[in-house]
Design a protein around this ligand. Sequence first.
Ligand SMILES: C[S@@+](CC[C@H](N)C(=O)[O-])C[C@H]1O[C@@H](n2cnc3c(N)ncnc32)[C@H](O)[C@@H]1O
Length: 220
Amino acid sequence: MAKHKLARFAENETFGNLFQHTNYDRLNVPFPLKGKWGSEYFHNDNPITVELGCGKGDYTIALAKRYPNRNFIGVDRKGARLWRGCKDALEGEMSNVAFLRINIDNIGYYFAQGEVSEIWVTFPDPQPKSERRRLVSPRFVGFYRQVLPERGGVLNLKTDSRMLYEYVRETAPVEHWEMLEDVEDVYAQGTNPLLTEVQTFYEKMWLSEGRTISYIRMKI
Ligand SMILES: C[S@@+](CC[C@H](N)C(=O)[O-])C[C@H]1O[C@@H](n2cnc3c(N)ncnc32)[C@H](O)[C@@H]1O
């Protein structure tokens, strides 16, 4: 393994804003903050937004700066990427940010029902050959429903993949997901500064290749 990755993994162990599955679901140890993120970690009862497949946590950090009265948690399974977000949050002394290194399939192990008010999925792998692995498939939405309010949980998707964008548009009416916003080309339409002013690591790559970036906001 590359030296810099090992150094990042070692530093991750020292971060107070990172929680890793190796200490909890991997060992069958109950996660102590489940149902208690507000009281025991953030020390407030502000709503919690979760970014899934957050990579380096670009949206988590940017949203947390914009909305100091909300809490944000970035989730990914790759520790070397999460290291960047953790470091930025610590250096910026951001008390409304945390990160979780877990498999998203296990999200119900880490949050109680209704503890998460909103979800962002930013530039997920489109998984053209495997619907069940898509982070916006009905299977994954089933996991999200374990942690969102029983009614009215919101999912935001930002993607460069035409296939994934069309897939969600087609799946939504079948699954009774309620479309709140559907922007086919966020940069051409430019209606929402949140979508154009915050760019993730992958988004910058896809933009440099000239890809169209789409956004969907829906109640699941
Ligand atoms: C294409 S990257 C996008 C990263 C970031 N959102 C961005 O736009 O720069 C997809 C990310 O999703 C994460 N991911 C995919 N499936 C996952 C799963 N089941 N559990 C946790 N993370 C997952 C990967 O580790 C990867 O960092």
